[in-house]
Design a protein around this ligand. Sequence first.
Ligand code: AHG
Ligand code: MN
Ligand code: MN
Length: 337
Amino acid sequence: MTGSSLAAFLEEYAASNPKDGEAVSEILLGLAKCAEQVRDYVNQGALGSAFAGAKGSTNADGDTQKELDVLADDNFLDAMRAVPVALYGSEEINNPVLLDRNKKYAIAIDPLDGSSNIDTNVSIGTIFGILPVIGDPAEHPENSFLQPGSSQLAAGYFIYGPQLALVVSVGNGTHIFVYSARSNAFILAYENLKIPQQTSEYGINASNYNEWSDKQRRYIDDCLAGASGPRQKKFNMRWVGSLVADAYRILIRGGVFIYPGDKRKGYANGRLRLVYEANPVSLLAEQAGGAAVCCDEEGGRRILDIIPTELHQRIPLAFGSSAEIACLEQYHGKNNT
Ligand code: AHG
Ligand code: MN
Ligand code: MN
């Protein structure tokens, strides 16, 4: 119940999940300890070395790597060596890293989400999904990451914002733990959160309007038409540029987040990566009674059903209030007879 520590919450979870509970708990506690260290780098801001800007390198997806991207990745990779993780699949590393072929779990991770906000003092975070290893992790390391998001045993993210918080699901709802310096522990603040089904708030990077499909444009046009338009209500818009911050707002007060595919080179499937961004956030959204879909020409496929083809695959992503996601799917042609 609220007020209990992450350790106490995970003890209860492990007791009721004899197969994976203990190992998944150990991994989550290892992630939490590392997040406290990364939070310290973030808190130092420009006074610390981690904010020196771009490292001059790029990741597998061609994104410029910031100092903090790589520092966070190094810290989490190290932290995962001490817990029962066989494979580490990171946004910042081309191929999965084999840590221990005898362990049974794989972690998919975006070590630093919201890199464009690192030096603007805006919330950023670390997103993760924990998967069971498939096959021989030494022979075929990538196979463990090509499972649908519904196979995640646990998923969530740390947000380095006004509070350090952990948003997490171990399959029994979505919960938020806020870090308390006083008790030097993550404390349960919201148990079994539910996303309001209806909303009048959407998040999208509207600067890409001219690059969207006609269907996507029409959805936003009708939101902008307000009370006198087809939606018959005024909409508000929020876009932080850090998935972890937009997702936190949606979990707390509802809304939809949309990153569609667009006509820019390399953005046919949007910007978000399926395995270590869309899947963890989609599990959180669904466990909180929301919906998460891939709004493309097929109308709207459930994100957690999609089989990834490679670790860094991008996916058009829309998640949040279930009634509004259903409406967005209509605009994209779902169930149109
Ligand atoms: P990352 O910093 O890990 O690359 O993720 C950034 C993502 C996501 O956090 C955010 O919602 C989106 O990129 C913002 O994209 P735009 O900058 O195109 O708006
Ligand atoms: Mn990211
Ligand atoms: Mn990142």
